[in-house]
Design a binder for this molecule. Structure first.
Ligand code: HDE
Length: 723
């Protein structure tokens, strides 16, 4: 096994080993350990007679099978996970006493689960949706769960609305349609009546909702948390995960295609990257706001529909997360892992964000149902590495055999054990925030501006991103059948951007309202100035934020990208191998794709193994395409409808395309023939991510540069390329 492919070991891996069961070389037994001679035939009264109730082997096998499923998560049902490690890059003891953030020499095992939100367990990875990004740190001081998403804000400001939001986005209750999609009436009915969702809706309609890979998306803790240091000083904090590979998405048409052709696209990508030793990495970033600055922003830090623009508070990079081992068993690990936002360690504490506060109740509650009782923390994947000692006892599926006759505190019979840790021994102490308030069921007025950051997000997008966002809204609202919902949404969009509202209205065959037709802010007090609540970005405040646009992400590497090489018998093997080697040297992966599986023979009789046939794969699984020359290969591909479709699609999805000069006729058979770079006297010519050349070395170099750009979105205008 190559070095980088070696399975990574850490303390959590060691702790899981005692639970691993490997049947290699073993006899079949019942669950009671009795050897079984035959579990393929049931016990019958005579050869053709009825089965006998006494067949304990049959009954045990079938009963276990009948109980194999547990309720899927009500949200985030579909997920994939991996093991890894976290290492702090500096000592943050000025900010927190959490050991895993103060000791750069410590490696903290982690288990990370990514998920979609709305779809069922068996739905597709590429739905337009928010992605969960949940990290369990097995720290020396106990488990810390950072249960975040790939978007930094949320739809609602108060946990009380969560069941409504989820009921609205899930398949409609009367017919359980549509699966894993927000493009339906109930979702948009809810949104059009929930102005606080404006900012999140912008994120959801952006390409962030259709990531290229879990490895290429950011993660956010969303809420404001607290860090507390050993002196008891607290700072507010927002958590960020920044992927080293940059933040990239696919095109919507591509996403829909992938959903049909490989619903496991993200799961497979994560699995394969880790198996290949291409360990996904993220940097942990913190935005720190000193306690005394709590009120210095135009928005409230406790409002989860707002982010802190990085221009106002830069993200400080403090650690690295590396995923280096796939789970051994999907159910035992990925399905049974139980995250809870209330799993914190000393040095990390909560803010009063009302959404966060509600989550503190929900997560344990949900595990009780999902995992069958109060002992879910004893399931191997959930067990902390830190020792557990307390007086909790019994319950369904209890594993621990607690000795002794005391299960009470205070006690003298067990000399007071387990002892109260007390602050001196590093135990958890809640931050002693002073609260002097009246009980009210109300929203803070500081939460009332719903549109400024929606506008900020929209304004910060590049032109192609704005187009995609507009198209997404046209698609989603186009699927809405209730006209009143569409009307309300136009009214809603008008608060964000007039041109956006107008573009959507056009596609819906409607007009934007001349003035606000509906009260946009349900929570706006009667005596408030409406101008304030429809206020776009206030004068003097930030109008654009660079970090909000994926166009500004790092584009310095093609590592782990997938490149298709289209070839057939008679291919110029020298060129194919030269470009393939150049790409592989940059850490990307190439598949040779031919009309059939097996081998193709190159012009110089070199046999080249075929990785995929045109029948078993599609351009949507690749980031770029190369067509090498060779008279027979080119003639075959030019006449092959699947090969031409492959190229048309790759062009439509704005991917880098390269071809040897003598393979030009294949490109000329595509719809984008007229977009090919002009032939001049140069050996290599290129335009908008299409590179044609004679010298494979130069062609390879320019092709790699183009792949680094990820996509050539400008190619979409004018959009005249069917695929
Ligand atoms: Fe969750 N959420 N959530 N959520 N959430 C769950 O817990 C809930 C919210 C998030 O991979 C459930 O174990 C409420 C925000 C992730 O296992 C449940 C509210 C954010 C995951 C639950 C929220 C999240 C969950 C379902 C509003 C981003 C998947 C299964 C008050 C910061 C974790 C489960 C995994 C899962 C409740 C809002 C992220 C029902 C009540 C905001 C990543 O407990």
């Amino acid at each position: 096994m190559p070095d980088k492919k070696k399975q990574q070991e850490n303390k959590k891996t060691d702790s899981l080993k005692q639970h691993i069961e490997d049947s290699q070389g073993q006899f079949l037994t019942t669950n009671q350990g009795v050897r079984v001679n035959d579990d393929q035939n049931s016990l019958k009264a005579g050869e053709r007679g009825p089965s006998l109730l006494e067949d304990f082997i049959l009954r045990e096998k079938i009963t276990h099978f009948d109980h194999e499923r547990i309720p899927e998560r009500v949200v985030h049902a579909r997920g994939s996970a991996a093991h890894g490690v976290f290492r702090a890059t500096e000592d943050l003891s000025d900010l927190t006493k959490a050991n895993f953030l103060t000791d750069p020499s410590a490696e903290t095992p982690v288990f990370v689960r990514f998920s979609t939100v709305a779809g069922s367990r068996g739905s597709t990875d590429l739905a337009r949706d928010v992605r969960g990004f949940a990290v369990k740190f097995y720290t020396r001081e106990g488990n810390f769960d950072l249960v975040g998403n790939n978007m930094p804000v949320f739809f609602i400001q108060d946990a009380m609305k969560f069941p409504d939001l989820v009921h609205a986005v899930k398949p409609e209750p009367h017919n359980e349609i549509p699966q894993a999609a927000s493009a339906h009436d109930t979702f948009w009915d809810f949104i059009s009546n929930t102005p606080e969702s404006a900012h999140m809706v912008m994120w959801l309609m952006s390409d962030r909702a259709i990531p290229r890979s879990y490895r290429m998306m950011e993660g956010f803790g969303v809420h404001t948390f607290r860090l507390v240091n050993a002196e008891g000083r607290s700072s507010f904090v927002k958590f960020h995960w920044k992927p080293l590979l940059g933040v990239h998405s696919v095109a919507w048409d591509e996403a829909q295609n992938i959903s049909g052709k490989d619903p496991d696209f993200h799961r497979r990508d994560l699995w394969e990257a880790i198996e290949n030793g291409d360990f996904p990495q993220w940097q942990l970033g913190l935005q720190i706001v000193p306690e005394e600055d709590e009120h210095k922003f135009e928005f409230d830090l406790l409002d989860p529909t707002k982010l802190i623009p990085e221009e106002l508070v830069p993200v400080r990079i403090v650690g690295t997360l590396t995923l280096n081992r796939n789970p051994d068993n999907f159910f035992a690990e990925t399905e049974q892992v139980a995250f809870h936002i209330g799993h914190v360690v000393p040095g990390i504490d909560f803010s009063n964000d009302p959404l966060l506060q509600g989550r503190l109740f929900s997560y344990t509650d949900t595990q009780l149902l999902r995992l069958g009782g109060p002992n879910f923390h004893e399931i191997p994947i959930n067990r902390p590495l830190a020792e557990v000692h307390n007086n909790q006892r019994d319950g369904l599926m209890r594993q621990t055999i607690n000795r002794g006759k005391t299960a009470h505190s205070p006690n003298t019979m067990a000399s007071g054990c387990p002892f109260q840790a007390g602050t001196m021994k590093g135990g958890f102490t809640s931050f002693p925030e002073k609260i002097d308030a009246q009980k009210i069921r109300e929203r803070s007025k500081s939460f009332f501006d719903h549109f400024s950051q929606a506008k900020l997000f929209f304004n910060s997008q590049s032109e192609p991103e704005k187009n995609h966002l507009t198209d997404a809204l046209c698609f989603e609202l186009g699927k809405v059948e209730t006209i009143a919902v569409r009307e309300r949404m136009l009214n809603f969009l008008l608060q964000i951007d007039e041109s956006l509202a107008a573009a959507v209205a056009y596609k819906l065959g409607m007009h934007i309202p001349k003035e606000l037709t509906t009260q946009l802010n349900q929570t706006m007090p009667a005596d408030a100035d409406p101008e304030k609540y429809r206020s776009i970005v206030k004068e003097g405040s930030l109008t654009k934020s660079k970090a909000l646009s994926m166009a500004n992400t790092v584009k310095d590497s093609i590592a782990t990208r997938k490149i298709a090489i289209l070839a057939a018998d008679g291919v110029n093997a020298d060129n194919l191998l030269a470009v393939k080697d150049a790409i592989a040297a940059e850490g990307a992966l190439c598949d040779v794709i031919a009309p059939r599986l097996g081998f193709i023979s190159g012009e110089n009789d070199t046999d080249i193994p075929v990785d995929k046939s045109l029948l078993t794969t599609a351009s949507v699984f690749y980031d770029a395409v190369y067509v090498p020359g060779g008279t027979n290969s080119v003639a075959t591909l030019e006449a092959d409808a699947d090969a031409i479709h492959f190229l048309n699609e790759a062009f439509k999805h704005c991917k880098a395309i390269a071809a040897d000069d003598d393979a030009l006729q294949v490109l000329e058979a595509t719809y984008f023939a007229r977009k090919l770079p002009e032939d001049n006297d140069d050996d290599t010519v290129s335009a908008e991510g299409i590179i044609i050349g004679i010298d494979p070395e130069e062609l390879g170099r320019q092709f790699i540069d183009a792949i680094r750009q990820h996509r050539f979105w400008d190619r979409e205008v004018p959009r005249k390329v069917p695929a």
